[in-house]
Design a protein around this ligand. Structure first.
Ligand SMILES: N[C@@H](CCC(=O)N[C@@H](CS)C(=O)NCC(=O)O)C(=O)O
Length: 216
């Protein structure tokens, strides 16, 4: 039996959809979590810097399977989704799930810009400019796209009438937006309900209750 080891930081972020895929499929995996502190500028330990050198692209997550190492969160989740039956039921559903995650990655560029501006200690004025001019417009556009798709599709899922890995990626980020107060309850009720419905899937409930708490 394959020994799966998922290495990521002690956060949800880019690692959580893969963790959820293991739980959905009931497949055991080693959930290796590196201290979140390692992401703080100037705080990296020799342990992490040495590990970083050995990863395929210098970043996490990495999925290790009996010596075969895979990097890039979307590739990892797509691979697991295919193996476990959550990639879509037809080639068209599969490619639509890919497109949603590609759209998510485009939006994440501005999210990261904003988060890293805060983390790197940029001035309040710089952070505000990035937030107002880059982050908020990109976030609103992304959420509008997802809201429209959910309202048009009417199945409770983004793609077709079943759960795909795209739902895991999007729902988990909507949870993050609630944590950091970037979801407007008045406008985004539909998205909140959608996130809650994905989080209450029976196979995920226990994991979500027991997983280490993290803001993002
Ligand atoms: N596109 C990559 C991004 C991965 C990424 O940026 N990982 C960050 C943590 S969220 C990382 O490993 N940072 C540590 C470093 O760069 O030293 C993916 O989706 O996997």
């Amino acid at each position: 039996m394959t020994h799966y080891k998922l290495i990521y930081f002690d956060a949800r972020g880019f690692g959580e959809p893969a963790r959820q895929l293991f739980h959905l499929a009931g497949v055991p995996f080693e959930d290796v979590r590196i201290s979140f502190e390692e992401l703080m500028p100037g705080k990296q330990s020799a342990y992490w810097l040495e590990m970083k050198e050995k990863t395929p692209f210098g970043r996490l997550p990495v999925l290790s399977m009996d010596g075969f190492e895979l990097a890039q969160s979307a590739a990892i989740s797509r691979y697991l989704a295919k193996k476990f039956g959550y990639s879509g039921k037809t080639p068209e559903e599969e490619v639509w799930a890919d497109a949603i995650v590609d759209q998510f990655k485009d939006y994440m560029e501005s999210f990261r810009l904003f988060i890293y501006a805060q983390r790197e200690g940029k001035s309040a004025e710089e952070v505000k400019t990035i937030h107002d001019k880059k982050y908020v417009p990109a976030k609103n556009q992304f959420l509008e796209v997802i809201d429209r798709i959910l309202k048009t599709n009417k199945t409770g899922y983004i793609v077709g009438n079943g759960l795909t890995w795209a739902d895991l990626v999007v729902a988990d980020h909507i949870f993050t937006l609630q944590n950091i107060k970037k979801l407007d309850d008045g406008i985004h009720q539909n998205l909140k309900k959608y996130q809650e419905s994905i989080y209450s899937l029976p196979e995920l409930k226990e994991h979500i209750e027991k997983r280490p708490k993290s803001e993002m």
